[in-house]
Design a protein around this ligand. Sequence first.
Ligand SMILES: NC(=O)c1ccc[n+]([C@@H]2O[C@H](COP(=O)([O-])OP(=O)(O)OC[C@H]3O[C@@H](n4cnc5c(N)ncnc54)[C@H](O)[C@@H]3O)[C@@H](O)[C@H]2O)c1
Length: 308
Amino acid sequence: MSKVAIVGGAGRVGVSFAFHLLCENICDELALVDILEDPVMGERLDLMQSTSSLCNTRVTASTDEALLAGADIIVVPAGARRKADQSRLDLIKVNFGIIDEWMEKIGRVNPDALVLVVVNPVDVLTYRAWVKGGKNRQRIFGLGNVMDTVRFKSYIAEFYGWDPRHVEGQLLGEHGDAMVPVWSQASYAGYLLKDMPDVKQEDLDAIFAKTRKAGAEVIRLKGGAGWAVGVAITEVVRAILKDEKRVLCVSSVPGGAYGIGEDVSLSLPTIIGKNGVEGYLNVNFSDEEKAGVAKAAEVLKKTYEEIA
Ligand SMILES: NC(=O)c1ccc[n+]([C@@H]2O[C@H](COP(=O)([O-])OP(=O)(O)OC[C@H]3O[C@@H](n4cnc5c(N)ncnc54)[C@H](O)[C@@H]3O)[C@@H](O)[C@H]2O)c1
């Protein structure tokens, strides 16, 4: 019996993920939790009505944290939207409060669940969740750059007219400006991009620049990301439910991996299975890539210290 819960289940990200998860038919129960009662009940009803065509998943909803009991994975996109007169820092403080609130509730109701933080800024909030949730590196982690990687690969494929499913390439470090593209390993159909004469680094740099701004562009055009982030969360949840041992660049507290300790959460090539974070893939990155990851760690540590 597998159960996935979403805190913030009435929001755009929560619902996009919920729908994609139902399409995959990989869990027995999907629980939506939110502070807004009518919207969360409405989303439950709408999603439940799709199940006869999609899956054998029971869809439940509540404003009460008791519904989190028994969940294997709790996904947390719950967050406040920025008000017109609010600074970015004030918004972050509000979301810190939401993480504190829900880690306390999860600790009471379901302390053994895996927790996947999605709310932004995802790396510092994952670190906060890790601090508040008993400092368990395996169990508490964040979406990190999985979302950006999904976007990045789609952009590369669109530019070259390739099949997007055959592009490989990860983005490490921060889900933000200090994101690091791993050009040394990026490939298409098993061939390294750096060994392909028709692939020019200046074009790749432009694609990366577009990826970095992609979140802001989607917000400008339609208010916020939904489909791609829903797909990205599903990649992580599927890897857990199916114990896939997939390598995904989630955000986690490295605890020594790649020379990074326990004072930051960031994206590394991480092995994901039924126990959550099960290890890191050891890769010889270029000096530039290593320096980029070290810089991201410094930036994120500083941001956390400013807010906490
Ligand atoms: N990590 C990523 O890659 C990524 C990608 C896209 C969006 N995000 C982030 O995900 C978050 C959610 O985005 P969205 O577009 O779904 O926003 P949204 O406003 O549509 O949804 C947020 C939901 O959280 C709920 N909520 C607010 N406070 C709550 C609380 N205290 N307890 C429980 N629920 C609460 C709201 O009622 C709402 O339903 C934002 O922080 C956004 O920046 C992250």
